[in-house]
Ligand binder design. Structure first.
Ligand code: IPE
Ligand code: IPE
Ligand code: MG
Length: 254
């Protein structure tokens, strides 16, 4: 039985988030320039997007560039940014063919001038697609997102549009970049690091975390299936007891 056949299709995560890490080390281990790793990372993105679309996953968030990544050497930043923007632009026909809608989250003000219209166009051209939602985290960091949310809430309170007493988890969520997207149930990080690196800190509150030593440029559908299988073997308790969860599952089954 293949790994894909082992998946319980009735219990797939709706939203998978991935920290695509390890491009630089992958390249350096081959005696190549770090950018070589980023180029190969694009192949993994294509493969995983396709894999998620085939499975019927509703949301896939890919951490492609953090606000902290702006502090890397200029050569890498420029090369990586050009690669990302150009790839997104070039992939639009494939996204449309596969009914994939593109979203971008992050601090767009930090992007170079040429990037914004290109991204805007890609968003516009895919906005009617109803299959997989592909969310690219570009110049994103969670602390930036949370501070930004607080600023907007303060502005709305000042303008009389929001009563502080009425702030709750539902309307707070609307101020995040992820707005109406459900929280990821599964977060994957490649390349052996066991940290979150400023990614979706609020949204990952109850996500199942999966870490693999596979470097991102080597990551393929089979690795994704392994991660989902691992996820499907876990008991998600949300603070309750195991007994409660088992009783709920038994009741749901009837
Ligand atoms: C992930 O690979 C891509 C980005 C962070 C932009 P890295 O470039 O972080 O690769 P390593 O972790 O240095 O190997
Ligand atoms: C996280 O990877 C950001 C992305 C994958 C885009 P980093 O390589 O930047 O994270 P750290 O520095 O190892 O925490
Ligand atoms: Mg890294």
């Amino acid at each position: 039985m293949s790994l894909r056949e082992k998946l319980d299709v009735s219990r797939l995560p709706r939203h998978i988030a991935i920290i695509m890490d390890g491009n630089g080390r992958w390249a350096q281990e081959k005696g190549e320039d770090r950018l070589f790793g980023h180029y190969h990372g694009v192949e993994s993105v294509r493969n995983i997007v396709e894999g998620c679309a085939e499975l019927g996953i509703e949301y896939l968030t890919l951490y492609a560039f953090s606000t902290e990544n702006w502090d890397r050497p200029e050569y890498e930043v420029t090369g990586l940014m050009e690669l990302l923007v150009e790839t997104i632009h070039q992939e639009v026909p494939t996204l449309n063919k596969n009914n994939i809608r593109l979203h971008v989250i992050g601090d767009m003000d930090m992007l170079p001038q040429y990037a914004r219209p290109e991204l805007q166009e890609a968003l516009e051209l895919t906005k009617s697609n109803t299959g997989l939602n592909l969310i690219m985290a570009l110049s994103y960091s969670s602390r930036w997102e949370l501070v930004n949310a607080v600023k907007h809430i303060a502005e709305d309170v000042k303008a009389g549009k929001l009563d502080p007493g009425q702030i709750n988890q539902d309307n707070f969520r609307q101020y995040l970049c992820t707005g109406n997207f459900p929280d990821p149930e599964l977060m994957i990080r490649t390349s052996g690091e066991h940290r979150i690196s400023n990614f979706l800190l609020y949204q990952l509150a109850y996500a199942e975390l999966y870490f693999t030593t596979t470097r991102w440029p080597d990551f393929r559908k089979e690795h994704l299936y392994e991660a989902i299988l691992d996820y499907q073997q876990r008991e998600r308790r949300f603070g309750k007891t195991s007994d409660q969860i088992q009783r709920e599952t038994a009741t749901d089954a009837h």
